[in-house]
Design a protein around this ligand. Structure first.
Ligand code: 5AD
Ligand code: SF4
Length: 457
């Protein structure tokens, strides 16, 4: 990192010599991990002397932080990338960078090399920390730079960061994934699991709490396997307990949990500490044992249901969400129906639903996939309708209750807030309340959100 700071300084000197402050734009696609990574990119750019813009036509440096999880996400990136040919034509000095999960896919790097010649720099998530060095190469070599080799094992501490707002903060606790679910590209692009040291994480959270952040979300592709690579005797539950014991008035959340590695110790820890939000995102992916096996998920329906039962036994107020993939290769209608019965049985508060998208290089992509797109669309709609009815009923049950919420922003004339379980609440109130925990009486509900009014403390 010290070397990277030197490159940052050199770039800053180049920018200073130009006599005007360069403008940078970072466009983020995909998951919360990418949002967190982008905040580090913004931090590095700020330290290079950049100001920020949302307008690609005005930007001297454009960074696209991309997602490879589904084909749709990649298509959007290619669309945006195509449009940048015009901004580059208008400003040939503009530097265009492509990073994130897509950049680490060899096919993508090849396509960009050949067909998107206006892109100057391509680097994968494993090379994020080297951004200053790579950008310096672009400035000095006057050629295109590609850094997309797999660097399993690299972990960067002390990257600069620009956080959005002063209320919520993301903290990556680990990088990569070892699970190789058969449909998923993530282990190929983000590499093997690497955990940050518990001391570093706890220190970062302590600092954030001291600065007044009220909601801290711990991030990892599979947080429940935190620490397994460290051999320091600290697992995810231990880490959570230590964080929840820090001084300050804040809530800690985390994602994502793999059902294979979540268990009683985690749920008991969540139940024990008031600072740990009683919210769990526990992706089930599907309700059929045959499909779960083909997905390489390492749990079956019964084990998943038992896990949920235990979690709810120790946390009756738990807000539970999940991810589901519809139309995994070879899934039959009867197997899909098992997913519908599972979600009716579990009654999630909310569900993130996806139609299976083949990812080149993953085992599932070479399986026979006889169900048509039209069938899958119908299944998808059926699943959404079933879940929407449940979400609406669950939200209705909030009406009349008074809850503690964290006010985190505005939406038009209204304030937005989140319940401890992460449900969105809109209310009227003064913007001075942003960043405060308040008591709110819930007076309305839809499938997606709640409305409320401030109640006396
Ligand atoms: N197709 C569709 N959805 C996918 N996900 C991961 N890979 C794919 C894929 N190839 C979904 C999973 C995961 C979420 C982040 O994205 O449900 O939990
Ligand atoms: Fe992908 Fe499975 Fe790892 Fe999640 S746990 S990132 S779905 S391989």
């Amino acid at each position: 990192m010290a070397r990277q700071r030197e490159f940052t300084e050199k770039i800053h000197d180049i920018h200073r010599a130009r006599g005007r402050t360069p403008l940078a734009m970072v466009d983020t696609f995909g998951c919360q991990q990418n949002v967190a990574d982008s905040q580090h990119i913004l931090g590095m750019l700020r330290d290079m002397g950049c100001d920020f813009t949302d307008d690609p036509a005005r930007a001297d440096i454009v960074v696209m932080n991309t997602c490879a999880i589904r084909d749709h996400a990649e298509k959007r990136v290619y669309g945006t990338l195509g449009a940048l040919t015009h901004t580059k034509k208008a400003n040939p000095e503009q530097i265009i960078c492509l990073c994130g999960c897509m950049a680490q896919r060899p096919e993508v790097a090849r396509k960009v090399r050949e067909s998107y010649r206006h892109v100057d720099l391509v680097f994968g998530p494993q090379a994020l920390w080297k951004f200053p060095e790579l950008l310096y190469q672009v400035y000095t070599r006057r050629g295109r730079v590609f850094s997309v080799e797999n660097e399993h094992g690299s972990i960067a501490e002390g990257m600069p960061v620009v956080r959005e707002g002063r209320v919520r903060a993301w903290v990556s606790i680990m990088y990569g994934c070892n699970n190789f679910c058969s449909y998923c590209i993530v282990p190929y692009v983000r590499g093997r699991e690497r955990s940050r040291s518990p001391e570093k994480i706890v220190e970062e959270v302590r600092q954030l709490a001291a600065e007044g952040y009220k909601e801290i979300t711990l991030l990892g592709q599979n947080v429940n396997s935190y620490g397994k690579d460290l051999d320091c005797g600290v697992d995810f539950s231990d880490l959570l307990a230590e964080i929840a014991g820090l001084p300050g008035d804040f809530l800690v959340r985390f994602m994502t949990s793999h059902p294979r590695d979540a268990g009683p110790k985690l749920f008991d820890t969540m139940a024990r500490f008031p600072k740990i939000a009683k919210q769990l995102h526990l992706p089930v992916q599907c309700g059929s044992d045959r499909v779960l096996k083909a997905m390489n998920r390492h749990y079956n329906r019964q084990q998943y249901l038992e896990l949920v039962d235990y979690a709810r036994k120790v946390m009756p107020e738990l807000v539970l969400t999940s991810d589901v993939i519809v139309g995994f290769p070879g899934e039959t209608e009867a197997e899909f129906e098992e997913t519908v019965t599972l979600i009716r049985q579990v009654r999630y508060d909310a569900l993130f639903t996806f139609i299976y998208s083949p990812r080149p290089g993953t085992p599932a992509a070479s399986l026979p996939d006889p169900a048509t797109r039209q069938e899958k669309n119908q299944w998808f709609d059926r699943l959404c309708a079933a879940q929407n009815a449940i979400s609406e009923e669950k939200h209705r049950a909030y009406v009349g209750k008074t809850l503690r919420v964290l006010v985190d922003g505005t939406d038009g004339d209204l304030l937005t807030a989140r319940t401890e379980g992460g449900r969105l609440v809109r209310l009227t109130g003064d913007a001075g309340l942003i960043g405060r925990f308040c008591q709110v009486k819930i007076d309305g509900a839809t499938t997606w959100s709640l409305t409320g009014t401030l109640a006396a403390e």
